[in-house]
Design a protein around this ligand. Sequence first.
Ligand SMILES: [Ca+2]
Ligand SMILES: [Ca+2]
Ligand SMILES: [Ca+2]
Length: 219
Amino acid sequence: MKKWMYSKIPVLIALTAGSPFAVANTIVTIGEQDFADGSTMNIVPFMTASSGEPAPFDGVFIGSDVSGPNFSASWFFSYGPLINVTGVNFILGIYDHESAATGNQVSSFKVNGIDLTAELNTLFESHGGGSREDNVYTLALPTTTFAGLESGSVNISLSLTAPGLGLFGETAFNGAALDFSALDISTRQDPPQTVPEPASIPLLLVGFSALIALRRKVA
Ligand SMILES: [Ca+2]
Ligand SMILES: [Ca+2]
Ligand SMILES: [Ca+2]
């Protein structure tokens, strides 16, 4: 009768896992944020706080709730070209836009000519917008805007419409003012292409597999 005995030593394989790509954030801002979301103040403190910042973020009230016209402004971000944009947040601090009034207050919003009126209006209607209220909104821009954002030149245009809000209810026009605006741009950082990669050393540890046979002879 024969009896075989053998032992196993596990075979260890260390996989060379690919390291995830790093992500960098580029933040460009026009004007400076003077008020937190939900702040309510009269026009004079608002104008004073933003005085001296670049137009249209210089505290000047654009249009008029009572006599018109409606708010309309455009501004321009300029920064160096970027590559591999993976996400962009558009951030806006705006005063007295009055989305709390009935209907939609955003009549037009474009980023490099791409119409995002509905997207910004949904955000405006989601909260804030009381009379003399300053709100800060963050809108994640769709991928259709990324090519333009990689160019480093971004035109923003925003127009509002009535009704606004006044002491005696809704108004025939809707003026507003701007506190600040920013773009928070995420880019994927690929490994440098000019540096040769170190020789890949696959960590393959082959364990020993021993087979020990004991042969016994039964007498
Ligand atoms: Ca509204
Ligand atoms: Ca207004
Ligand atoms: Ca400001």
